[in-house]
Write a protein that binds this ligand. Structure first.
Ligand SMILES: [Zn+2]
Length: 542
């Protein structure tokens, strides 16, 4: 049979990376990541996998980010016993990240179950625990960049530098299966190149099928070398200081945080930016920093650039919750870095709750914000947001700083794809929101790729792989409608509606007007609700 490739995530959206390659002899996953974004999308994390975990022979892991690795402990709980191939740095970062994700699972489920009990709803189970995360580490097998390893019957893999974060790799896969051998290349997340922290992305040329990430497929960033990046960071600090401070940066705990810390210390020490205390308020990022100090050697630079995260009297690592709570009493200018990068979990939400309504505060978003996340709502200019059920008015300055992005922009993606030519078969554009995928598609056609060579998979679609083309299989039952993967859902709509309602009630001139407003809305609800609402409710339009 021809091999097949199924996209179980990161198709029409940027999270939940998981591709299943099936040959006559073997079944492999490339990545097994968690979904992030709307509640509808995140609900997939709790549902069973759309395949039998025990039938998977091996996992090839591109990098440690949780949207690529976050469901590995769940896979193991479901019966997967095979090896997980990853670089040494990816393995070490996963050890801290998965343990943290398990801990977050446990505490969030405790919080949710408390509410479920109050509301008389059934209790839920964590997807996995910190213990499961520790257990799955026993299945990791280290693989070096450039080394070709047999990963399952009739399948070999070679990892290439992807330049996205420490340890990140693109993965070349050879299948010896009938009817003909195939060479596939999974880009994983690709870095922008030209960074002093990670190497430039590389890859083989001449592949049958290319699976290409599209995160920034519709966006070209201003090119910024290391010193230009620091100048922009310094400017953001000067502005935040002038507004009265403090500055809060929701940062990805792995790579972004360490790069920012190194540069924050540099621009403060050089006097380019106002000096002040820098608090790293993320136990995960603190632990990950140890991995960077140990494994961050950059062969191109001939040094470990993360050693710039040097001991400094202005850099404070906050491990204990009470140390984090102490920040509330702090006045004046200081900088806080806290995870998670898209404001979905972790201590950053607590700081947003207490700082967003203060107009002297600045929130600086240094990474990509996926649709449906709190970070994206802020980046898009929301005036009010709901954080853990509490409504918060946004009066702080909210800025973005995309020069610290770990992703290649549209131009760099096209250049990287061109470097992989000749490509005999198809190019799958995954890991991108629909607009980004369309943007990249247009650019690739402009660069000479044939339109019928470019495929845009959606979640749970399967393709049959021939040597010269891939064809979509009919009849798949996706777990989520393609357009829902990166759209706001009814939970988002409800939150937005309630915020608008509260604002309208506040602004109404008297109580009679408020009561009339509520009566009208009540009248628009279902028939039983209309009966409940009693007399006085106007008849709603049909
Ligand atoms: Zn990533």
């Amino acid at each position: 049979m021809n091999p097949t490739l199924t996209f179980h995530g990161a198709a029409g959206c940027v999270t939940g990376s998981c591709a299943e390659l099936r040959t006559g002899d073997a079944r492999l996953l490339v990545d097994c990541g968690m979904f992030q974004g709307s509640k509808t999308l995140k609900a997939l994390n709790y549902e069973p996998f759309p395949f039998e975990p025990s039938s998977i022979d091996a996992v090839l892991l591109t990098h440690a980010h949780i949207d690529h690795s976050g469901l590995l402990p769940k896979l193991m709980r479901g019966g997967f016993r095979g090896p997980i191939f990853a670089t040494a740095a990816t393995r070490d970062l996963c050890e801290v990240m998965l343990a943290d994700a398990g801990g977050i699972q446990e505490s969030e489920v405790r919080f949710l179950n408390h509410r479920n009990e109050q509301r008389g709803r059934p209790l839920i189970e964590p997807i996995y625990t910190a213990k499961d995360a520790a257990r799955v580490m026993g299945q990791f097998e280290r693989i070096k960049l450039g080394e070709t390893v047999g990963v399952a019957k009739g399948v070999t893999a070679t990892f290439w530098e992807a330049g996205h974060i420490l340890g990140s790799a693109s993965i070349e896969v050879h299948t010896a299966a009938e009817p003909e051998p195939l060479k596939l290349l999974f880009s994983g997340d690709l870095g922008p190149g030209g960074s002093e922290f990670v190497a430039d992305p590389r890859g083989p040329s001449g592949v049958d099928h290319l699976i290409l990430e599209s995160t920034y497929g519709d966006r070209e960033r201003t090119e910024a070398d290391a010193s230009a990046r620091r100048r922009l960071l310094a400017k953001a600090l000067v502005d935040a200081h002038a507004a009265g401070g403090p500055l809060l940066m929701p940062a990805f705990a792995v790579e972004r945080t360490q790069e920012l810390l190194a540069d924050l210390l540099t621009v403060m020490d050089s006097g380019e930016a106002p000096q002040g205390d820098i608090f790293l308020d993320s136990p995960l990022a603190i632990e990950a920093t140890e991995v960077f100090l140990e494994r961050g050697w950059n062969p191109e630079a001939g040094r470990n650039p993360f050693l710039d995260v040097r001991p400094s009297s202005r850099l404070r690592f906050l491990r204990k919750p009470w140390e984090s709570d102490g920040l509330e009493r702090l006045k004046g200018w200081h900088v806080i870095l806290a995870a998670s990068g898209m404001c979905e979990a972790g201590r950053v939400r607590k700081h947003l709750k207490r700082l967003l309504w203060r107009k002297e505060a600045t929130v600086l978003l240094p990474g990509f914000q996926a649709a449906g996340t709190l970070g994206r709502l802020l980046a898009d200019g929301a005036e009010r947001v709901t954080i853990q059920g509490d409504e918060v008015r946004v009066r702080a300055r909210v800025e973005t700083l995309d020069v610290y992005s770990g992703h290649a922009d549209a131009r760099a993606l096209v250049a990287w794809a061109e470097g992989r030519r000749p490509i005999a078969g198809s190019v799958f554009l995954n890991h991108g929101e629909p607009e980004a995928v369309r943007g990249l598609r247009g650019r690739l056609i402009g660069a000479g790729f044939a339109a019928d060579q470019l495929l845009s998979p959606t979640v749970d679609t399967t393709f049959r792989l021939g040597a010269h083309r891939a064809e979509a299989e009919e009849g798949a039952q996706p777990r989520i409608a393609p357009e829902a993967a990166s759209a706001l859902d009814w939970h988002n709509a409800r939150a937005e509606f309630l915020l608008a309602l509260n604002q309208a009630l506040e602004e109404a001139s008297n109580d009679a007007e408020r009561a009339a407003m509520l009566r009208r809305l009540r009248g628009g609800l279902s028939k039983s609700a209309r009966v409940d609402a009693g007399q006085g409710a106007p008849t709603p339009p049909a």
